[in-house]
Design a protein around this ligand. Sequence first.
Ligand SMILES: [Mg+2]
Length: 301
Amino acid sequence: MEYENCYRQVERPKYDCLLFDLDDTLYPYSSGLATACSNNIKDYMVEKLGIDRSVIFEMSNLLYKNYGTTMAGLRAIGYDFDYDEYHSYVHGRLPYENLKPDPVLRSLLLSLPIRKVIFTNADKVHAVKALNILGLEDCFEGIICFETLNPTHKNIVSDDEDDIQFTGSRSFSSTTNDNTEIFDIIAHFSQPNASISSLPKTPIVCKPSTHAIEKALEIGKINPQRTLFFEDSVRNIQSGKLVGLDTVLVGTSQRTKGADHALESIHNLRDALPELWVAVNKSSSEVGYSGKVAVEMPVTA
Ligand SMILES: [Mg+2]
C-alpha cells in the first residue's frame, strides 16, 4: 500500500484519520434538527413534487430505507428537481437556534493532532452553517458532503446513449412529474415477495452505500485500515465496517453489529478511547506532526 511508508516510526499511532459524520453525531439528536428536517422533506414532497400527503409517510419511509436518503429515492423513482433548491428548502428553515457552541467538543478535537475530516450526506451550506454554530469550523481538515460525491448538479435525463433517442421525441420538465413516469414504490412493496433488486437505481451517491463511502475515502485520500469512523446511523456504521473502517457508533452506549465502539455522546470520546491520546503522546514528537489544522481541503466539490 502507498500508506506503508507514511510513518516509519518505532510505534506509530493506530489511526491517522478520524472521519466524522455531522448531524446527530457532533450534536445530539435531541436538538430537534433531524425531526424538523424530516418534516421539511415531507412538506417538499407535497408542495414541490405534488405528492398526495396521505402517502407521504409510507413513501418517505420506503425511500429512506431503500435508498439511503429520501432525496436519493425520489430521484430513483422518477422525480426530477434541482438539488440546491431541495437542500435549501429542507435545511434552510431548520431550528439552527437549537444548536449551541460546544467548546468542550472543540477542545477535545483540537487536542487530537490526528487528521479529522467530516463526511456527511448533507449539502455544503448546511454543513458549514452547523459547524460554525457549534464553533467547530476550524477543527477539521475538510468536508466531504453531498456536492463532493455528486458534483454534477444539472438534472440530465440521460447522459449517454439514450440522448439521441430522446431528442425531439419527448419533452421533460425539471420540476414536475407531469410527463415523467413515476415508479410506484408503495405498490411495489405491497406485492408479495417484492424484490429489492428490481427497484430503479438512483443517480445520487450517498451513505450508506459502500460505493459512496469508498468514493469519499478515495477523494479524501483516506486509508480505511487506519481510520476511525464516527456515526450515529447503524446502517452507515455497518457499511463503514464493510469497507474496512474501524467504527464508533455515537448516540447510544449499546454496541450493535458493525460497531467497534459505542458512545452515548461524542463528549465521551476521551473516556472511551483514551488510546487515541496515548498513541499521539508517544509518537507526536517522532512523526513531527505540527498539530495545526487547516480550514479548507479540496474535497468540498
Ligand atoms: Mg448522522
